[in-house]
Design a protein around this ligand. Structure first.
Ligand code: NAD
Length: 518
């Protein structure tokens, strides 16, 4: 499956492919004259340029989606379901291709790329059962001779704006449900890894989705603003950093749209003294360094309730020493096995992560394992950053208060459960958190008292299954609709309530004869 078109671009050499849009059921080369580089983060090489839409392309994408909506929303439930099942089967059969594409542009290891596809596939599978989730309700004889019932209808054209860290899964949190419910989607993927979205678009076409129902608009702020302000676009589903999530929420709301805008995170793992420290160390390493820490549900702070910190640091350090870091696409340089961790997304992001370690150090944190200046043999130009472990990070340091989004795990020592809980609750994010303990009562108290949207009990990354919903609290989610699950079906449908009176043919509605009587 080819997802690039070579087209002349003022900013690219002729041999570099330009990744275009997917409009009207086909790849479209951009005419905007604007592009951005797409890297292979493991090698540091530019693998392609991606088109950045201009306003004319934004308008074309939205117009095509509106035409797609008019057709698709008239499809019967049974016909829509056939397309969804076909998409699910194709995805299941061909997901290896998608995983390779994700790794090539994002850098995460192949098994992790496959993991994100499987979590997205869960939502596709949920969406295949959509008839049950979008059916209305009926109350017969609510008043004499009067029935009241409700319908759930699609919104129309819906916009999805996604981040770089899950180029397949995050769009799949939304589009299977949006499409199942009868909407047409315009997806604006991250310009850092834009190819997964096009691959998914081709798959929809093969599954029989009519042209225009799934559109991919490549671009930057101009494309995003075009979606936020268009009177045709009915809703925005956004996932990304908190400042942009807030901007999206405010701007799209001002333009009368339904908005769900999921933002950043700073997830804490609270370790009580009775916890199994080997389990904690295993889970902290997986949740802190998996996908190089570029997960919104990554654990970035371990709150160690004393006296466990020293022992726990010893166990985490032993495990870090065994981690293999390398090209996520292969086995080269790492003893013939898949690495545990790949590179960061760009050199700019790597330098930002590094600067947070500098800040922590300057603020008095102790560096236990230092990932700065880390290189992988044979991949000297790749955007690698080694796993980093910090101890005694001051809670006033920006390294503690801000999201780092890299393989940096901070230990903060606390004296009690209450001190740990207060730290979690005083933060501005509320995406995920976890408690590790063997005390069921303490865990139960934690789930009640912690002000966070998704909680793990001896589970480090508590991403809910597709039939529950995903979303944080506070600055991790602007709006009141979480992603997928019942929230997803509510978000992508509008309800109508109908109050209806049909006269009884026997009495012609005459109340004296037992007919209408309000
Ligand atoms: P980002 O905010 O930089 O970009 C997200 C999207 O917004 C991209 O499509 C980008 O093109 C667009 N964008 C960027 N700047 C913009 C601007 N000024 N105006 C309009 N649009 C703009 O985020 P990212 O770096 O791609 O992703 C990482 C962030 O996403 C992290 O903060 C992470 O925590 C967060 N994230 C959150 C969740 C969640 O569920 N809460 C899930 C995944 C990622």
């Amino acid at each position: 499956m080819s997802i690039t078109e070579t087209a002349p671009s003022p900013t690219s050499t002729p041999e570099v492919a330009v990744i275009g849009h997917w409009i009207d059921g086909a790849l479209r080369a951009s005419t905007s004259g604007r592009t951005a580089p797409v890297y292979n983060p493991a090698t540091g090489a530019v693998r392609a340029e991606v088109a950045l839409a201009d306003q004319a392309e934004v308008d074309a994408a939205i117009a095509s989606a509106q035409a797609g909506f008019e057709q698709w929303s008239r499809y019967s439930i049974a016909k829509r379901q056939t397309v969804l099942f076909a998409f699910r089967e194709l995805l299941n059969a061909r997901k290896g291709e998608l995983a390779a594409l994700i790794t090539a542009e994002h850098g995460k290891v192949l098994s992790d790329a496959m993991g994100e596809i499987l979590r997205g596939q869960e939502v596709v599978e949920l969406a295949t059962g959509f008839p049950h989730l979008i059916k209305g309700a009926y109350s017969e004889n609510a008043s004499s001779g009067i029935d009241v019932y409700s319908l759930k209808q699609p919104l129309g054209v819906v916009g999805i704006i996604s981040p770089f860290n899950f180029p397949a899964m995050v769009p799949m949190w939304f589009f299977p449900i949006a499409i199942a419910a009868g909407n047409a989607v315009v997806l604006k993927p991250s310009e850092k890894d834009p190819s997964a979205a096009l691959w998914l678009a081709e798959l929809w076409k093969e599954a029989g989705l009519p042209d225009g129902v799934f559109t991919v608009l490549q671009g930057d702020k101009l494309a995003v603003d075009g979606l936020l302000t268009s009177p045709v676009v009915q809703s925005i589903s956004f996932v990304g950093s908190t400042p942009i999530a807030q901007y999206i929420y405010e701007t799209a709301s001002k333009h009368g749209k339904r908005v769900q805008a999921l933002g950043g995170a700073k997830n804490h793992m609270l370790v009580l003294p009775d916890a199994d420290l080997d389990l904690v160390a295993d889970q902290a390493v997986n949740a802190g360094y998996g996908a190089a820490g570029e997960r919104c549900m990554a654990i970035s702070v371990v709150l160690a309730v004393e006296p466990v910190a020293d022992e726990l640091i010893g166990k985490i350090t032993e495990r870090i020493a065994k981690l293999k870091i390398g090209n996520g696409a292969g086995v080269d340089g790492v003893d013939g096995v898949e690495p545990d961790m790949g590179p960061l997304i760009t050199d700019v992001h790597r330098d930002k992560v590094s600067s947070y370690v500098d800040i922590a150090e300057a603020d008095g944190a102790k560096i236990i394992v230092d990932g700065r200046d880390f290189t992988v043999d044979g991949h000297e130009d790749g955007f690698f950053f080694g796993p980093t472990l910090l101890d005694r990070v001051p809670t006033t340091s920006r390294a503690y208060t801000e999201e780092i989004f890299g393989p940096v795990l901070s230990i903060v020592r606390v004296e009690s459960y209450d001190e740990g809980l207060d730290l979690i609750n005083s933060g501005r994010f509320g995406n995920g958190t976890a408690i590790f303990t063997n005390d069921g009562g303490a865990a139960r108290r934690f789930q009640n008292e912690v002000q966070v949207g998704m909680i793990g009990i001896n589970v480090p990354i508590p991403v809910p299954v597709a039939y529950h919903s995903f979303g944080g609290w506070k600055q991790s989610l602007f709006g009141d609709a979480k992603a997928y699950g019942v929230h997803g079906f509510d978000f992508f449908t509008r309800e109508k309530a109908i109050t209806s009176r049909w006269l009884d043919p026997a009495t012609r509605g005459d109340s004296a004869h037992g007919g209408i009587n309000l």
